[in-house]
Design a protein around this ligand. Structure first.
Ligand code: FES
Length: 768
């Protein structure tokens, strides 16, 4: 296997430097990776995000963006090896498998295009949110029955008592598969996991091969039984009917392979994820108590558990041509282990990524379900089950505790969850003993990703001060005295009070226990800043979302120019602090009407005096943008935050500079909201999902996609943050965002789904 890394540091598969040693010693089946895969790959995320592991024979990919890029391109990065045995079987085991006629072939997971999408399209309906709603009652009933059996016992092992069987029952019901042989499924599916993703010894390989062979034959028999019920309900019945209707698309081999693979996919991952979830939440007691007190936090707590400790740790792909990932050149045929658990903790995407934080407002961006056209079709079933588990447990057993125990995990590269989770509680404290109604006061969660509205932590205002004319500085801390999450320069939070939700950049200093922001009173704005100026008072409690960072500083730039206009100084001051801390060369240009209207001038002069130029208009010191841009050395970058005209000016003068030179953040949007009388409805075709949808005149593209079950991140919903971007393959875009540069708009390949539309109602084809 060959490949090259163009950076100055280590080559991945040779040499003696520490990084090469780490790569050479990487072991996915034992040691740190089995204890905590995200932590085991921290060094890789920081220094060598794509490396070759000679022990594994795979290239390991550890950063969020790289993993997403691999998932996104399922042509260059083929999923064909996703179900290949990690540890090749000895000839004797192969003989055993052969004796059972075992021929696991392509399934939804490891199918290449175009067959994959053709099948996915015809088999997708059962997974749509509107068709899953009706299943909630069944999941609730199963959960309650299991809980009733142990609620008065005071101690139980959760996996055995509920977390295995409920997902398995739900999976069988969803698939329409007979539910009479749960124990057989259990034995077989563990064997399938070990066979595919584990490292059995040669001796174990023989035993595993027998179980897998029997599972294969058993799956075949079930299909024959199901064929006798042509009107049967459930997804596998539908698959069998489609096999009869269109055998070229849904082939016999596919039906048999899928029957075996989906039983594992449909319940094992949810069981393991649920076990991880209880362990994580009961270990982070404050989070558990928060969701007991406010069940509306449950959907996001589930996403954060999936991010922090998901059941799918890594997945596999193979290059179909020479590829470049990050700064590594990969040869054709390179096998990749893409470690979602590592990407899920990547600080480049998740602020304070190692922290478990149920208030994290981009937790839903986790990669545990994969991404793109191969994203887990059953994600909303898993979410639904995990939410119902939590809702029932936090209401009926809020005093649940984790018992003393050692946790054991099955050693595989890809799945992770404790084999047992022992919990205990005092049954005399069960709330329903005093109030039997508690058992029935359940909360319903709609199927799909969590509602962003519910994700906000409580903070208290500890200081309000004047920073300049019409600008107040506000300091907040956690309402009950906990630490607030860490953040990086460029990050913002969203302050929520009395129906006003407004974003403000964090100004620092970054090591404070609380957050500092600055708010400019805008008389002609939408009312948020006026509200906060008038309503905020010391000691007041309010809600806060974030922090999130969509204006990240590239700390590797050779030189950085920071350019702020007016209140745009807020992220810039934090960036200047960070660059100084790193010992980087930088210069701050700060433009304003007059010194009196400019916040943080004293602090900037004190901390960054030699790297600061103030451009106060009333002193006749206007900034010469052209000269500032022309002064940028090779490899330098420029960050701008301020009014549109400032950003446009820099954009104009940097137009011919290399990509990645110019970064900007608007602090207000021009979005005026949808006026259905002036809008056209338009059609969209989703290439990966195979759907054609209509975006009505009173709907955004984002809302249309979300209601069709397509998960898409979104933060601001007003064209400011870039989180809802989609790739456009065909059609003309009417851009209405504040994110893309002029060149990017002209390229007609990217659009912000929260605000931009099609030009004159024409059809758009999207890479979704
Ligand atoms: Fe922020 Fe669309 S959600 S740009």
């Amino acid at each position: 296997m060959t490949g090259s890394r163009n950076a100055d540091s280590a080559t991945a598969n040779g040499g003696q430097c520490p990084l090469s040693r780490m790569a050479a010693e990487f072991d996915a089946f034992s040691g740190p990776y089995q204890v905590d895969p995200a932590d085991a790959l921290r060094w890789s995320r920081d220094q060598l995000p794509v490396f070759y592991s000679p022990r594994l024979g795979y290239w390991v990919v550890s950063r969020y963006d790289d993993i997403k890029a691999v998932f996104r391109d399922n042509i260059l990065y083929s999923p064909s090896i996703a179900l290949e045995k990690m540890t090749p079987a000895p000839p004797e085991a192969m003989e055993v498998l052969k004796s059972y006629g075992y021929q696991l072939n392509r399934t939804m997971v490891n199918e290449d295009e175009p067959a994959h999408m053709e099948r996915r399209r015809v088999l997708m309906d059962h997974f749509l949110p509107e068709n899953l709603e009706a299943k909630q009652e069944m999941v609730r009933r199963l959960t309650r029955e299991k809980m009733d059996a142990f609620i008065d016992s005071g101690r139980v092992e959760l996996v055995d008592a509920i977390l295995y069987e409920v997902p398995l029952n739900v999976a069988l019901h969803f698939l329409g598969v007979p539910e009479d042989e749960i124990e057989t499924f259990r034995k077989f599916s563990v064997a399938h996991s070990v066979n595919t993703w584990g490292k059995p010894t040669d001796e174990q390989q023989i035993a595993v091969a027998h179980s897998v062979g029997q599972f294969w034959q058993y799956a075949g028999k079930i299909i024959e039984r199901m064929k006798l019920e042509p009107d049967g309900t459930g997804w596998m019945h539908e698959t069998i009917r489609k096999n009869a209707e269109m055998p070229d698309v849904v082939t016999d081999s596919y039906v048999h392979s899928m029957m075996m693979a989906i039983i594992v996919a449909a319940h094992e991952t949810t069981s393991l994820a649920s076990a991880n979830m209880f362990k994580t939440l009961l270990t982070h007691r404050q989070a558990w108590e928060d969701i007991c007190a406010d069940p509306s936090l449950i959907p996001n707590a589930v996403e954060e558990c999936l991010r922090f400790s998901g059941s799918i740790v890594a997945w596999r792909r193979k290059t179909t041509a020479a590829a470049r990932l990050g700064d590594v050149d990969l040869p054709v045929g390179a096998k990749l282990l893409i470690v979602q658990a590592s990407g899920n903790r990547d600080e480049r995407h998740f602020e304070d990524g190692d922290r478990f934080d149920i208030y994290r407002d981009n937790a839903v961006d986790h990669l545990t379900f994969g991404y793109g056209s191969h994203q887990c079709m059953g994600k909303n079933i898993g979410r639904m089950e995990m939410r119902i588990f939590l809702e029932e447990f936090t209401r009926r057993l809020p005093h649940l505790q984790l018992a003393e125990q050692e946790f054991a995990y099955l050693p595989t590269t890809s799945f992770r969850g404790p084999e047992q989770v022992w919990v205990e509680w005092d049954p005399s404290g069960n709330p329903e003993r005093n109030d039997p109604q508690i058992a029935n006061t359940q909360k319903h969660f709609p199927v799909g990703p969590p509602s962003r509205r519910d994700i906000a932590r409580k903070v208290r205002v500890v200081d309000i001060r004047s920073e300049a004319d019409n600008i107040i500085g506000v300091s907040v801390e956690d309402a009950v005295g906990r630490d607030l999450p860490g953040w990086s320069a460029g990050a913002h939070i969203e302050l929520c009070s009395d129906g006003y939700d407004r974003k403000y950049s964090l100004c620092g200093p970054a090591d404070a226990n609380g957050y500092d922001i600055a708010i400019l009173r805008e008389e002609n704005g939408r009312g948020g800043s006026r509200h906060f100026h008038e309503a905020l008072a010391k000691g007041m409690e309010l809600r806060l979302r974030g922090p999130s960072n969509l204006f990240r500083l590239d700390e590797t730039a050779s030189h950085v120019v920071l350019l702020a206009g007016g209140i745009g100084i807020t992220p810039i001051v934090a960036m200047a602090d960070r660059l100084k801390q790193l010992g980087k060369t930088y210069h701050v240009h700060y433009c304003g009407r007059s010194r009196g209207s400019m916040a943080f001038v004293d602090r900037l002069e004190e901390d960054h005096g030699s790297c600061l130029t103030l451009h106060a208009g009333d002193e006749g010191k206007r900034a010469d943008i052209k000269a500032i841009v022309e002064g940028l050395p090779d490899g330098g970058q420029i960050y701008v935050c301020g009014p549109d005209r400032l950003i446009s000016a820099v954009e104009k003068w940097t137009a011919d500079m290399p990509d990645g030179t110019f970064h900007f953040e608007h602090f207000t949007s021009n979005a005026t909201g949808l006026d259905p009388d002036k809008e056209n409805a338009f059609e969209i075709e989703l290439k990966d999902s195979g759907l054609t949808l209509t975006v009505e005149a009173d709907q955004t593209l984002l809302d249309t996609l979300l209601s069709a079950g397509i998960d898409l991140a979104c933060d601001c919903r007003e064209g400011l943050c870039g989180s809802c971007e989609v790739e456009v393959l065909e059609g003309e875009i009417d851009h209405r965002d504040m994110v893309l540069t002029r060149t990017e708009r002209a390229g007609n390949r990217r659009m912000m789904s929260c605000c931009s539309r099609s030009m004159r109602g024409g059809k758009l084809k999207l890479a979704l």
